[in-house]
Design a protein around this ligand. Sequence first.
Ligand SMILES: [Zn+2]
Length: 149
Amino acid sequence: MRPWDIDAEPAGIKPLVPFKTSEELIEKSIACFTKLRPFFGECLKKMQELKHLDLESRKGKAPGGYNCPLAESGAPFIFMNAAGQMHDVTTMLHEGGHAVHSFLAHPLELNGFKDYPMEIAEVASMAMELFSMDEWETFFYRCNRSEKS
Ligand SMILES: [Zn+2]
């Protein structure tokens, strides 16, 4: 056993399938955030309505994932390359944490107050990953919670 072996899955372990389409990722992320606090779900719903969620990987799309605050409307934009993996869920929840932070910072009077350093920005996103963990079952059950997906 070497240190690099601990990242490997034992033979026969099936990968988690938390979602199949970007629409399902959005729907489950909204449900997860809403259970945590309705305002968090409303933030993602508003971004969905404005088509500010570009989540699915596609040929020719730039790699990576980020949340981009938009100064005029206050509704940020999330860009990522989801492919149905558990890592995509944590990326979405992380970027969703940045998005909630963007919504909360938007009404601040001075732009200088919204220009926080990365150490502060990552508090919101990484805290959202941790806060939402109690609701991650949302990604493995249908919305009525009685059936396994
Ligand atoms: Zn981040």
